[in-house]
Structures are given as C-alpha cells and as structure tokens.
Design a protein around this ligand. Structure first.
Ligand code: KIV
Length: 279
C-alpha cells in the first residue's frame, strides 16, 4: 500500500461515525508481521512513537525522529488491509506551528500511505489541528498524559484529578472543535473520561482512562508481555511472550553448545539420495 494505492476501506470519517457504537479496538504496531496480526482483529493500527522505547531502547519518546516514524509507518501500512493505520507525529515535528506541522504531516502521509496522523496536545494545539484538517490531514488528538511532555508534567502521572479536571475537559472540547476525528485520553480518571466521552461527538479512545470510552488502545508489546521495562497499572497482560521467547532462546543456546542442533533434519547431505521408481 502506498500513497498511490486505491483508497482504503476504512477512513477517518468511518472511525468518527463509530461514536457510541461497538467499542473501537486499537493496538500499536511497528512492523509488518505485527500489523498483519493487528489487522485481523482491530479497527486501527497505531504506529505510536512508543516505538522508540519498545523497539529502540530509548528511555522516553523524545528521541524518536521523522525517519523512524516513516520507516515503521511504511512497514505497518504494508500489513494493514482492513485496520486503519495512524502515525504519531514525533516530538519536535509539529510544535513550532501549523506550517511545520503541515509539512511533516504531509511527509508522513505521502511517504507511508497512512491516511491519518496523531499528535499530542489540547487547547494549545487546536489552531494547528484546524490548519491540518482544513488542508486534508485527518488528525487523531491525544490529551491527558502526553508522554512527549513528560519533563514538564514531572513524570508519567495521572492527569486530571480534582482541580485539573476542567482543563482536560477544555482540551477535549478544543480538539473536537478544531476538527480532530477522534481523541486519545491517556491516564485520566475514569469518571472524567466518561464525562468527556458523553460531552463529545467524536470517539474517545482510552488508555488508562477506564471503561467508559468509545474505544481502547494498548501498546501491543505491553499486552503480549514482550516489553517489560515499565508495567503501568492500566496494562493488562494477555500473553507472556517474553517468557516464551526467553525459554526458546535458552533451549537453542543449550543445543548449540551440546551440538544437538543442527541435527540431520536441519542439514544437507553431500550427495543426493537416488530417486526411487515412480509409483
Ligand atoms: O505512542 C503510543 O504508543 C501512543 C499510545 C499508547 C496511545 O501514543
């Protein structure tokens, strides 16, 4: 799939139209094989900038570049037939203003074939979101805990308790007003997430925001037990693939050291055996 391929079957207006119906299922994906798995079961494959921490060993998402997002974005777009790919705009690629954001969003879309981008920020990003949407760039917004602002927020804390709640509500209304087709609510109290979901006409997609959102997103490596550096409370582990991989690699290492691998089954004879008579 590229920017010149036929239109995808699911586009941002279809996601927007899912407001209030069956919950939207979203997982991150960074590679073609995982995108294929996500594609079979999910509505959206999010090429999150979490790729920096999950696949590249970074300690935050701040070091993720446009080139990384384009490379992983292309891989994911190749693996998606039904699910709609959305690509994160990395830190430093949109905050200067609408023109910078448009230039980089257009690059992400034209060089990967993805039909939408995601960016972090509420009220202060509304002007940029409106600029992008008016020029053909569908935007998924991301408010609450915005990991690219971890240094100003003072850590990966719950955002929106008590006195902070109105600010998060205002952010949600502002991104909707600006034209976002959906909004990720990260690590906010569940009551507030429910009130925001009721107040908006666009779908809310929660991560650590409780059950009252219009959809849910998780980092795929977290829920598969492949990424174990952090274990936020909101991550439910559906498999322990990290442990299975560890066992398999240990078995391989032991068999190589004992010369049990490769056996004849995995080796080639010097002379081909004679062909038997045709039956
Ligand atoms: O980068 C990411 O993976 C995300 C999701 C967790 C929402 O932004």
């Amino acid at each position: 799939m590229s920017a010149t391929s036929p239109l995808r079957s699911v586009l941002p207006p279809d996601i927007r139209a899912r407001k209030g119906s069956t919950p939207l299922v979203v997982l991150t994906a960074y590679t073609t094989p995982i995108a294929r798995l996500v594609d079979s079961h999910c509505d959206i494959a999010l090429v999150g900038d979490s790729v920096g921490m999950v696949l590249h060993g970074m300690t935050s998402t701040l070091g993720v570049t446009m080139e990384m997002m384009i490379l992983h974005g292309r891989s994911v777009v190749k693996g998606c037939q039904k699910a709609m790919p959305v690509i994160d705009m990395p830190f430093g690629s949109y905050e200067e203003g609408p023109a910078q954001a448009y230039r980089n969003a257009a690059r992400l879309m034209s060089e990967t074939g993805a039909p939408a981008v995601k960016l972090e920020g509420g009220t202060h990003m509304a002007e940029t979101i409106a600029f992008l949407v008016q020029r053909g760039v569908p935007v998924m917004a991301h408010i609450g805990l915005t990991p690219q602002s971890v240094n100003t927020l003072g850590g990966y804390k719950v955002v929106g308790r008590e006195g902070e709640a109105q600010k998060v509500m205002d952010d949600a209304l502002a991104v909707e007003q600006a034209g976002a087709f959906s909004v990720v609510l990260e690590k906010i109290p569940m009551g507030l997430a429910g009130r925001i979901t009721q107040s908006l006409t666009i779908p809310t997609i929660g991560i650590g925001a409780g059950a009252n959102c219009d959809g849910q997103v998780l980092v795929v490596d977290d829920m598969l037990g492949m990424f174990t550096e952090f274990r936020p409370k909101f991550v439910k582990r559906y498999a322990d693939l990290g442990h299975l991989a560890d066992q398999a690699i240990a078995a391989y290492a032991a068999e190589v050291r004992s010369r049990a691998f490769p056996s004849l089954d995995h080796s080639f004879a010097d002379v081909l055996p004679p062909k038997g008579p045709k039956s």
